[in-house]
Design a protein around this ligand. Structure first.
Ligand code: ADP
Length: 213
């Protein structure tokens, strides 16, 4: 895992040397620091992978000119769904509102995805969908979820290769808590994950801990 690392003293000095003298070979940087090329290799690798330096064969190292925060922004924009998604909880469209409420408690999730007999996504159930259906209703076991769920084609979903930042935008724009991660199967979608506001909070923590992948 490489991130917008905090640079150590030696890396800071290398950066300064390349800023002042680049393009410059590894050999020349080593000379200026009175170190061997081999000793510097890991530092140069880190600075290159992190994006501070660029390396060109036979020419040497250039300073990329990017600040730590520019590099972080670039990384955050590249984060993908599969690195942060959770396991989805699905229910069959024929189950009752009562059973869906039990599943929501047992599985400890805030959003359920509803699938048909072929396991294809047909609906979404939020906490408030179930609360609304429960108000004033006596027999929650008699109401199937497919009459209260939000249904296709109105479901906002994403694919595992989508960018986290795009899904975050959809969550805000649509004012929803979770998005199913799907895979296209025939003429429908199979649910393979979920991305929630909690997953987004995890992204924030990773950024703060400097552990963005
Ligand atoms: P809550 O209703 O508990 O506040 P949400 O904000 O997630 O939770 O849901 C608001 C409404 O949007 C609900 O009616 C729900 O069915 C619907 N909804 C939730 N997630 C999605 C989604 N991914 N795509 C479409 N509609 C959704």
């Amino acid at each position: 895992m490489v991130s917008t690392i905090e640079l150590n003293k030696r890396q800071e000095r290398i950066l300064q040397i390349v800023k002042d003298n680049g393009p410059i070979t590894g050999e020349n940087i080593a000379d200026q620091l009175n170190l061997t090329r081999a000793t510097l290799r890991p530092d140069l690798a880190i600075l290159t992978m992190a994006g501070y330096l660029e390396a060109r064969p036979r020419v040497g190292y250039f300073y990329s000119g990017k600040t730590g925060s520019q590099l972080l922004t670039e990384k955050v924009k590249k984060l993908q769904v599969f690195d942060y998604q959770s396991i989805p909880v699905v229910v069959d469209e024929s189950v009752s509102v009562y059973d869906a409420i039990c599943t929501m408690f047992l599985e400890d999730v805030g959003t359920l995805f509803v699938v048909d007999k072929k396991s294809l996504l047909v609906g979404v159930l939020s906490r408030k969908d179930l609360l609304r259906a429960s108000i004033g209703q006596r027999d929650l076991e008699a109401i199937p979820v497919n009459i209260i769920m939000t249904r296709m084609p109105n479901i906002t979903f994403c694919f595992k290769d989508d960018l986290i930042i795009d899904v975050a935008g959809k969550i805000i724009e649509k004012q929803i808590d979770a998005v199913p991660v799907v895979r296209e199967v025939g003429n429908g979608y199979e649910v393979i994950g979920r991305l929630t506001k909690t997953n987004m909070t995890k992204v924030l923590i990773d950024i703060a801990k400097d552990e963005v992948i």
